[in-house]
Design a protein around this ligand. Sequence first.
Ligand code: PGA
Length: 249
Amino acid sequence: MQAPIFVANWKMHHGPRAAREFVAQFVKLYPDRIERTVILCPSAVSIEAVASSLRYRPEIGTGAQNIWTEPKGAFTGECSAAMARDAGAAYTLVGHSERRHLFSETDEQTALKCTRAFEAGLLPILCVGETLAQRESGTTEAVVIRQLRAGLAALTPDQVRQVPIAYEPVWAIGTGKTATPGDAAAVHAVIRLALVELAGKEAARSAILYGGSVNEGNAASLLAAPGVSGLLVGGASLDPAVWARICQA
Ligand code: PGA
């Protein structure tokens, strides 16, 4: 089995100074040589601070929360994949539900962002997930599979097999409502099947993370659910002590 993956999504928290302080505390609390992959995704302005503070802990990765669809140009306020890479990121989230719902990010844009990420040497982490209305109307699988296929559409099968997928039900993000381990396992199984259809049977080993109101109390049981290979954590990743405990769940 692959080492479980723990991704912290700090959203719009922790500027460079707070990010450095976080890393200084976290590395004291989180032992190295542990069989886990930990990735911190700060705001773009803090990528360099996080990556440089982690230079003595190269096993802990840094990721962007978002990149733009074009490699460069007149896109005021945006950050390209190559710029994130240059600042020290090795990963980027793509298609987070806040990007999709608050910033109208489309499926086509998620596909372009995945392509740009690979071009720049970043590994995209593609986020998918249904809203409460979609879940209640019975379209969870259709929505998740549409987002998955669209986001991965321009990648080669070999690239598809490398992309960690994060299943984050929108109704569980920042709400305190967590999917049960059973809910997560059911959707993860559907995603895994779709990945195998897209990229062959080796894609059965792809990493599929769960995200949405993960905390210290539920991390271990979600991680133990069948097919859950890691966790994507927002609010509970902001405190270094809490995050260090979640990463050892
Ligand atoms: P949350 O956020 O853990 O605060 O629910 C998760 C996410 O948005 O990635």
